[in-house]
Each structure stands twice: as structure tokens, then as C-alpha cells.
Ligand binder design. Sequence first.
Ligand code: SF4
Ligand code: SF4
Length: 296
Amino acid sequence: MTDPAPFPESPVVPAALEGDAPLQFHCRPGIACWNACCSNIDIALTPVDIVRLKQRLDLPSWQFLKDYTVPYEMEKDGIAGVKLRPVEGGTACRFMRPEGCSVYEDRPTACRYYPVALLSMRKQGEAFDRQSYAVVREDHCLGHREPRRQTIDAYRAEQGVVAYDEAGHGWRQLILKKKSSGPTIGKPSRRSLELFFMTCYDVDRFRSFVASDAFSGMFELPPEELHAALVDDVTLLQFGYRFLRQVLFGEMTIPLREAAVEQRRERVAEQRARVEREAAERLAREDDDGGGYVDV
Ligand code: SF4
Ligand code: SF4
């Protein structure tokens, strides 16, 4: 029996599964489809994936981004994501070797999860996200015909995704919050989008920013907290998510210096005045045009 698919071409089996659902799957060297999955890639990277890969390749984050990734839009006019760039003029992963993945210990979350997909959802107005899983069945992947069975949770543990999921949770929450907040947050400014990109993906550039006088002139972070963030990429990412929640959504958890508080007050007052001015001008224009009323 073939599994019903949500769309005719989609390999995703349409079911939101819990972690204790059974999974029959085994990928092993010697299987006839060896490397088929890595020959045609479409792999979105999480911030932790980038940290692990740039550390492995001993590259600063900006160099890794330039050489190994392509940006993409997660939603129209919204925040950006980053995908692994395939080989020049082809579709295969640059880390694929005849014997398998050359960065296996640091392979991205999506590669670890395959053929399971993580589904994170948040309903509008909810403060937490729900996690479930789907199974991807692609014709070329023969791992589904192998006899090995275990739960999805056991598979996640075996593939080492649990730590990756924990480290990426703050990032997924930011994305879900942005997507579910809709018009209350509105279209982010270009500056906010750049800040999101730097903080989540270009961690070494973000480190330079956090270490700068401009940052310490604005934020009052305890020295030990600042030090912990500056010496460890994953700790810095976690701090970055907190920083973005403050900048993008006004969740004030990083104390501002007095002068910065004053500046922020002035900026908010200016923004409010600008919005009111634009609304008044719009109304005046509508009045000039007849205001949309029909004389009877
Ligand atoms: S990173 Fe490794 S596992 Fe992932 S697509 Fe590339 S070669 Fe395959
Ligand atoms: S079994 Fe699936 S995941 Fe493993 S090598 Fe084959 S196509 Fe790739």
C-alpha cells in the first residue's frame, strides 16, 4: 500500500507523529542507494549547524557563509534563512565523498533528522510551540525497506539531534513568534532583518558587535555574563536570541544604560509622532479627494 501524500509530488507522509511513534528505517554503508540523498540537496541550516561547520572547517562565520551557503527568504519580505550551497554547477553536497559524509560528526540538523522532519508550530496568541514529527518517504531512499525498527525519539537520540534541537530552540521560537505575530509587529525594517541575519548566522561578526564600545555604551550586561557569551559560540547564540527578542519584540531582558533609555524614549516618541502625522496627512488627503463619501 502506498502512503497518501498531502500533494501528489510530496514525499512527506501527512501525519503529525509523537516521539514514541515507531520508525522503520536504517541507513548503512553498503546500501544500494548510498549517497543518493546527498547528491541532490536542499538543506536549510540552523544557527548551531553553522557554528558546528565553521568550527570544523576552522573558518570565521562570514567566510563560511560566503563559501558554503546561499541565503533564502523564509517568508515574503520577512526574515532570511541560509541553505547549504551545493557543488558548483551541480546539486550534490560539497561534503559528500564516496565513503559518505566528510563532516559526519558535525553534519547539519536536517541531515541528522532525515527521513524524519521536525514540525514546530505555534498558534496565534499562544506562548509556547508544539513539536511533532513527520516521515519523509522518497523513492530513491531504500532505508525504509530495512528491517530495523525503533521509536522516533530513539532515532533522534541515536542521530544526536537532541542537543541540536535544544541549542536551536530559541531560534525556532523567534521565527514562530515573527510568523504568528502577523500585522501586530508588521513588516520588519531592513535594519532589523540585517540584525537578525548577523545575530543568528554570522556569529563571529555578532561577537565583534557585542564586544564593541557601541554595545557596552547601550547595554549594561554583568561582566561575567558578557565574558561567557564572548568565549563560547553557542552561549553567544543563546544571548543573541534574547537580544533579538528585545530588539524585534520589545521584550526587555537586557538592561539598558540610562542614556540609552533616554534615547529609546525619544525614538519611541518620534515614531509615535511620525505615525500620527502620517495618519493625519492621509486623512487630509482623503478629505481633499471627497473623503470617499457619496453625495445623495
Ligand atoms: S552534510 Fe553530509 S550528510 Fe548532509 S548532505 Fe552533505 S554529505 Fe550528506
Ligand atoms: S538509505 Fe536513504 S538516507 Fe541512507 S544513503 Fe540511502 S537515500 Fe540516503
